[in-house]
Design a protein around this ligand. Sequence first.
Ligand SMILES: NC(=O)c1ccc[n+]([C@@H]2O[C@H](COP(=O)([O-])OP(=O)(O)OC[C@H]3O[C@@H](n4cnc5c(N)ncnc54)[C@H](OP(=O)(O)O)[C@@H]3O)[C@@H](O)[C@H]2O)c1
Length: 264
Amino acid sequence: MDLQINGKTAIMAGGSAGMGRATAERLAEAGAKLFITARREERLRNAAKEISEAYGVSVTPVVADSSKEEGRQSLFEACPNPDILVITINPPSPNGDFLKLTPEDWRSSMETALIGPIEIMRHYIPVMKNKEWSRIVNIATFSAKNPMLWRLMSGPARSALINYTASVSREVARHGLNINNILPGMFQTEGARELLPVYADAFNLKPDPEIVRSHFMENNRIPAGFMANAADMAPMAALLCSPLARFIVGQNIVIDGGQHLSIL
Ligand SMILES: NC(=O)c1ccc[n+]([C@@H]2O[C@H](COP(=O)([O-])OP(=O)(O)OC[C@H]3O[C@@H](n4cnc5c(N)ncnc54)[C@H](OP(=O)(O)O)[C@@H]3O)[C@@H](O)[C@H]2O)c1
């Protein structure tokens, strides 16, 4: 399928690893000119080089922390006029005892998982809504809809994010700017591997990948029967970035192998 984004300018904020990188690859494959951001410089520069070489498109790395005003400014200066904006951001690590969460923990969660994406969207919406069409996609989490006691630093902030985009997407859709969210379940990504010791600690397990994976599969029913890779969600993200998705507005697409049971 031709996504019809050849030559368009796309930002993948959080594009050096995991689902962000997988999405950047699908956009590059379809011919988009990319700007990818991340906090860690070396991995970001390597990703930009590899994607550019693999797909023959321009990929500009921008070292920027989306949760900080200074980082967001670096992105805005590097790419002032995108057609496509995809945002992902890692919230604070899984929590232990919920009674020990402090106001500072909550501020940190909101700064990253809520205010960061909102501020990036708020900056670009006035520019993007002047185009024939444009697209924004947030890669958030299925715990926005499926509360988890050990993911309080991620889910509540993302529930607020999808509340925000539910309203804003309806306001800007008539300008051809469609905003949608992808809510991933459990994926085997670089980020997930980095959280393995934290998860193991929270459930008193040995930090062995196989032990953690078995514990997860036993305690979380995933009807598909496996944990996915980043490449399993990227085609949907790329589709939402294309003009083919012109009638998809303000949706929250859960990609979780069927784990979240809901008819809403
Ligand atoms: N993997 C899962 O099982 C899972 C489950 C549910 C939800 N999610 C959500 O899905 C999203 C992607 O997760 P993932 O597993 O693909 O993560 P990942 O493998 O760690 O990749 C995240 C990417 O975003 C960048 N990034 C993170 N925070 C950033 C920030 N503040 N500013 C700029 N760039 C940032 C990372 O680079 P740097 O670290 O260098 O900045 C990296 O390039 C996250 O929002 C996560 O909460 C993941």
